[in-house]
Design a protein around this ligand. Structure first.
Ligand SMILES: *Cc1c(COP(=O)(O)O)cnc(C)c1O
Length: 407
């Protein structure tokens, strides 16, 4: 089949809930992917940060091949021999007492919401059904009906009501607004330490520390959704480390399994996690031996290959180079680690055409919102590969005349 045939079949038989670039990928290795016509591309999206360890990392693949024929799923009705090792590796790495495993990011977010509410009623003493969770403008926490109910993006939320109560949206980065929103019913503040889908938005310095102090003062939980920002993406294991903040609950997903298998989790200390009793919450696939063994290897790869350090070092370098660009197309370049948003001026005609121009040069990027190009390669990228990518990005951003881009 040729590219167009795959696309036609997909469009005819699948729901149109995505608008992908028209590239049909059949193979991946490290930072590179190949399409069905044999074209090679550098993947600058890394599945929204799920393949921080690079495509088909040989060690993660080997673990998958080792475990798959042995035991894949028991459900949590029985114990399996891989789950305890996953708990051990993860708790030691992130420094929390306990783990609750799920599969997708949205499920882990739901798990954090349930933990916070149960904690509010059973530990803090909030009156029944009165718990509130503060969330932020331009948040992205997933796609369940509860989660989209507090999205500030119209398309994400509209037509999926009626919406559940108990969430209040406050402006991201606005310390005074959050202070004013605090009240005795607040169970938790839930935040992305850097907003990914929002356009790689870094909050003002001190904002996360302010939230931590508010939570301490009002006996509320600090929940960090690190599904995309965590596990090295920002040049730290967790993005909250940039402000030296320790959340009460950290939500992980995406790179937790290096793109090989859906594995997510929340981590927290006993004071929070012990609110869960047998039967309170669960998932058929959550904590399965295949996923958890894959996740252990994915975490070992992050540590052994110093991917957090690489993200920090190469991220600084890339950010400096892009911030030095002088072109009327660019409004702002921002980010942390290998997670960079290039926001274009409205006159530049939208980010998508730049992504399409980069695709022709062998780079796969994805716009976020209309005007921001998101750059997030696998953290295994080398300086040489990054230089190659930056040359093309610089050329596309600088050479495309604004008038032509508006077209
Ligand atoms: C991707 C993402 C999610 C949702 O994860 P899924 O696996 O797609 O359900 C939640 N929060 C953040 C910050 C994310 O980036």
């Amino acid at each position: 089949m040729k590219t167009q045939e795959y696309i036609d079949l997909e469009e005819r038989l699948g729901a149109h809930n995505y608008h992908p670039l028209d590239v049909v990928i059949e193979r991946g290795e490290g930072v590179w992917v190949w399409d069905v016509d044999g074209h090679k591309y550098l993947d600058m999206l890394a599945a929204y940060g799920a393949v921080n360890q690079g495509h088909c990392h040989p060690k993660i693949v080997a673990t998958m091949l080792e475990q798959a024929p042995k035991l894949a799923l028991t459900s949590r009705a029985f114990r399996n021999d891989q789950l305890p090792g996953f708990y051990q590796t993860l708790t030691e790495m992130v420094g929390y007492d306990k783990v609750l495993p799920m599969n997708t990011g949205a499920e882990a977010v739901e798990t954090a919401i349930k933990a916070a509410r149960k904690w509010a009623y059973e530990v803090k003493g909030v009156a029944p059904d009165q718990a509130e969770i503060l969330v932020f403008t331009e948040n992205f926490h997933g796609r369940t009906t509860t989660i989209v109910s507090f999205s500030s993006d119209e398309q994400t939320k509209a037509s999926f009501g009626p919406y559940p109560a108990g969430f209040r949206v406050v402006p991201y980065g606005d310390a005074e607004a959050v202070t004013a929103a605090m009240n005795p019913n607040v169970a938790a503040i839930m935040i992305e330490p850097i907003q990914g889908e929002g356009g790689i938005i870094v909050p003002p310095d001190g904002f996360l520390r302010h939230l931590r102090a508010l939570c301490d003062e009002h006996n509320a939980l600090f929940i960090a959704d690190e599904i995309q920002s965590g596990l090295g993406r920002t040049g730290r294991l967790l993005a909250v480390e940039h402000e030296g903040v320790r959340p009460d609950i950290v939500i992980l997903g995406k790179a937790l399994s290096g793109g090989m298998y859906p594995v997510s989790a929340i981590v927290a200390d006993d004071a929070v996690m012990n609110v869960f009793k047998p039967g309170d919450h669960g998932s058929t696939y959550g904590g399965n031996p295949l996923g958890t063994k894959v996740a252990v290897t994915a975490l070992e790869v992050l540590r052994d290959e110093k991917l957090v350090e690489n993200s920090d070092e190469l991220g600084r370098y890339a950010l400096e180079r892009l911030q030095a660009l002088d072109t009327p197309n660019i409004k702002e370049v921002r980010g942390r680690g290998l997670w960079i948003g290039v926001e274009l001026n409205p006159e530049a005609g939208g980010a998508r055409r730049f992504c399409e121009a980069l695709m022709k040069r062998g780079l796969l990027c994805k716009e976020t919102h209309t005007h921001t190009i998101r750059l997030a390669p696998p953290l295994t990228i080398t300086r040489e590969e990054l230089d190659w990518a930056l040359e093309h990005i610089e050329a596309v951003l600088a050479d495309v005349p604004v008038a032509a881009a508006v077209g």
